[in-house]
Design a protein around this ligand. Structure first.
Ligand code: MG
Ligand code: MG
Length: 255
């Protein structure tokens, strides 16, 4: 299926609803962040996120998402070389890990989708640099989410920044349109050429999500059939916001 065929422009009223979904998602991630420490299991963090989302009258967007088998949790919890789609479980976070948390929330029919990466306890300077470069890639990408720009303007600023820092962006995993569905058009790759691709216009809503790998752009899917990791076992990081293109400045919906 081409996501380019499934682009749904949102009205200002719909963007307002997406903001509400995004806000609940941000609250869930903030609650998770507060509970991140060495020794906590990813399953415990998952429960915390699910409880907060349901307490706000919303539902987890990832739970039962179709895949090799229906996704079994609220969060994606991905540790160190794991990049995205890690399944929460009994594994405990430990000092020196870097930890990516991705969450989706459905509220009044609309989805909010966002993610962050954080160090556990004391992490290496190299790991901190990876996290900082990835977060900055998201900021740079958001800044380009303006009517009149092309998809490639966003993609290329992310790729150039990441590769300029000596890191890599994956080819098989991208940002995506989001709205009533978790994955709509257009696709928003983390690599591309400025001035190419779909023209952005007001009402386009995209989950922008730079994923960055230290050693290679290649990835592999682990035995659990969901978790995506770097092919060479090097560290990875991931940040994401859902962003609306407007008549003016980009509007971050997942805050
Ligand atoms: Mg996400
Ligand atoms: Mg996403």
């Amino acid at each position: 299926m081409s996501w380019e065929r499934n682009i749904v422009l949102k009205s200002p009223a719909e963007i307002e609803l997406m903001k509400q979904a995004g806000h609940i998602n941000a609250l869930a991630l903030a609650e998770v962040r507060k509970n991140i420490r060495p020794g906590v299991t990813t399953a415990k963090l998952d429960k915390i996120a699910e409880t907060l989302i349901r307490d706000h009258g919303a539902t987890p967007a990832f739970l039962n998402y179709p895949g090799p088998f229906p996704y079994p949790a609220t969060l994606n919890t991905s540790i160190n070389e794991e990049m995205v789609h890690g399944i929460p479980g009994k594994r405990e976070l430990k000092d020196g890990d870097i930890f990516s948390v991705d969450c989706g929330t459905v509220y009044k029919g609309f989805v909010g989708d966002s993610a962050f990466t954080v160090g556990i306890g004391k992490i290496s300077k190299a790991a901190q640099k990876l996290i900082d470069v990835t977060e900055e890639a998201l900021r740079l990408g958001i800044e380009k989410m303006r009517a009149g720009n092309h998809i490639g303007d966003v993609s290329s600023v992310i790729q150039e920044w990441v590769e300029g820092n000596g890191y890599h962006v994956p080819r098989e995993y991208s940002g995506h349109g989001v709205g009533r569905q978790m994955h709509e058009g257009p696709q928003m790759p983390n690599y591309g050429t400025a001035g190419t691709g779909l023209l952005l216009k007001p009402g386009i809503t995209i989950a922008l999500e730079p994923m960055v790998l230290v050693g290679t752009h290649r990835t592999k899917v682990l035995k659990d059939q969901w978790t995506v990791a770097s092919a060479d076992g090097s560290l990875t990081a991931h940040f994401e916001h859902t962003v609306a293109v407007t008549e003016g400045d980009p509007l971050i919906l997942t805050v």
